[in-house]
Design a protein around this ligand. Sequence first.
Ligand code: ADP
Ligand code: MG
Length: 392
Amino acid sequence: MMTLNELGNLVAERFTQTYGRPPRWIAAAPGRVNVIGEHTDYNDGFVFPMAIDRYTVIAAAPAGEAPARVQLRSTVGNGPASIDLAQPLKPAPKGTWYNYPLGVLAGFAARGVKVPGFDALIHSTVPLGGGLSSSAALEVSTATLLETITGHKLDPVEKALLCQKAEHEYAGMPCGIMDQFISVMGRPDHLLLLDCRSRQTELVPMTDGAVELLITNTNVKHELTGGEYAKRRAQCEAAAKSLGVASLRDATAAQLEAAAGKTDPVAFRRARHVIGEIERTLQAAKAVRASNWAKVGELMYASDASLRDDYEVSCPELDAVVEIAQRIGPAGGVYGCRMTGGGFGGCTVALVRAESVQVIADRIAADYEKRTGIKPSLFVSRPAAGATVLRA
Ligand code: ADP
Ligand code: MG
């Protein structure tokens, strides 16, 4: 596996091939995986992600021919962007890849920070659209580059919120705050406990090198027509209202049980997931601090069962991976596994022993393909570094 510095050098070489001169600045930002705390963000709860060893790197040099233009090229995007800095910035049509960096440029402009023209090349080892947040990695790497170019350093929270706003207003994606926060604030050997209500963060050490996180992409994404995400949000709001609290963050399991008779049964189960998941996330942070991997694993399985049965956002492919992991079990080096992300496809995350990771990955890949006929993609990572300046 390439180190981040080696990846930076590779992108520098590609930049030189593309533009005929070397880059002056290089910045990088990682993708992420959420270890536990699912569908808690919009209920004012906690999430517990980590940065992964997959990065978006952006290399840049002062503009060549047109000094007031930004040229953006990606090794995977559909064609270059040429942005005129003398004109007011506005979003390109929905689905255009460079809306993410464009929104970040707009965020700097809105703060009155003058950005000079530059030429940039973007390269990513975060899979696009794979649930590991290549979008946040693209935004945060861009913001980090702009900090370096302009010398205008942002506070980490402000930087994450600027990137979130870019995703909302330029990419048209109403995401929460997790992806941008962890991509900005990730640190090697640490998970990030993030309070989505207060936006307070706590880096939780996970220094035991004997464990790693194994991410399996089911490589399915079920298209749902019923607006399932919006439905879940509405059900949570209804449940909070019937419990007389501002959000489910303020409700306890005992409160919910006491109201069981007069709560709609579906809303009851949705609320039971959220209330339980917030508690599990806090317990998981404690267990990580204590290097109690059996406990963390148990909480991950409990999270998965709750998402599957009470929140009903799983699918047969996600369930298959979790079942295979469970069957390998602690004797085979698997402590726990759960679906991660919104659901209905995407990825699982498993806590595994580092020494067994290759055997576990091979077994999951083979058994999953046997059961579903689909080839999965697997990644392994320790908690990695957040946004990094590689050349200033
Ligand atoms: P995810 O964040 O889970 O990877 P999204 O749909 O939120 O999935 O973001 C993926 C989109 O972000 C891509 O379709 C593309 O438009 C844009 N994108 C992300 N990384 C890059 C990149 N390195 N080059 C070009 N576009 C990118
Ligand atoms: Mg995304």
